[in-house]
Ligand binder design. Sequence first.
Ligand SMILES: NC(=O)c1ccc[n+]([C@@H]2O[C@H](COP(=O)([O-])OP(=O)(O)OC[C@H]3O[C@@H](n4cnc5c(N)ncnc54)[C@H](O)[C@@H]3O)[C@@H](O)[C@H]2O)c1
Length: 359
Amino acid sequence: MSFEELKSVYAGKKVFLTGHTGFKGTWLVLLLKQLGAEVKGYSLPPLEHNALYHQVRAELYCESVIGDIRNREKLHREIEKFKPDFIFHMAAQALVIDSYINPVETFQTNVMGTVHVLDALRDLNHPCKGIMITTDKVYENQEREAPYKESEPLGGYDPYSNSKACCELAISSYRLSFFNPEQYDEHKISIASVRSGNVIGGGDWSENRILPDIARALIADEIILVRNPNSVRPWQHVLDPLHGYLMLGAKMEQEPVKYAQAYNFGPEPKERMNVQELVETAIESWGSGNYDVSADPNKLHEAGLLRLNIDKSKKELGWEPKYNAKEAVQETIAWYKASKAEEGIKAFTENQIAKFFND
Ligand SMILES: NC(=O)c1ccc[n+]([C@@H]2O[C@H](COP(=O)([O-])OP(=O)(O)OC[C@H]3O[C@@H](n4cnc5c(N)ncnc54)[C@H](O)[C@@H]3O)[C@@H](O)[C@H]2O)c1
């Protein structure tokens, strides 16, 4: 969908966005602002002092509520007051490694956070489309070549992946029990879930994520340490899944019953970039850098091979990824390079959005 088509749907609409202070959330705040939406965010404060949220001054483009998604009453009150036309639910403990360290908190935040959003929708006396962000890791991973379709069994080895699979079950239960598409005219709530791949893009400063680790090493002129060189992941630039989420929301606005489903958003399955190739592409884009492959004796289990089937999103929504893996890495590294300068990163980020839609 073109920028203008999205604008015709979102301009003047009220969008409630959880996780607005995070990496993907901040990009979505900027995008929604450009589309003319009125955005209200609900999240914990940005974690890092150099968070993208601060770097692009995203607080100027939304009403920001700092709150915990586990605080059911506060979340409920904020949604009720705002009466959103759309909710994008992104707030989560989003890191696999952290989920091994704090499994209970991960399940509380991800599962009960999602249930709290769904439950607030139950009491909302206003038509609303809920786009619930889970992940590609919700599938029972068989480490197989064939990409996963939306209809395949859910699973999840580590607490993060498993908590997101639990979110999918909660979403499905609420959809059947309270927002059943067959009774749409009575409740006027449409709920979809979206499962995207490994998202990369400028402004992600999270610990223990491969691209931020690479960017930090390149900026500091240090050797990049690579632990799982052969792991293959569905790498995609942040704007590709966000475009997909917005397109799905626009389709739900037109036909709320038809699109109240789960959708995968990932790269073309023929893209098969492993971690080593990702690192080499990043170094090439940066113009210098070195890496070292080192085995980690305390390595926690992480999926080695994960690919998504995106046929449903292509066929039903008309969505397709704009950037291949190499372009996604190049755009991302260009952002980190630009971020070394003290000023201008907000304009650079906005230019990347404009370029994405103009390409
Ligand atoms: N980045 C990826 O590769 C990727 C891939 C697939 C899905 N996702 C999903 O997309 C969403 C956003 O991911 P991200 O990469 O931007 O993560 P992030 O860690 O950068 O942002 C997480 C956001 O959630 C908020 N949050 C965390 N715990 C909270 C709590 N208890 N109460 C309120 N807010 C809380 C944070 O404040 C932040 O705004 C998550 O749901 C994540 O699981 C991410």
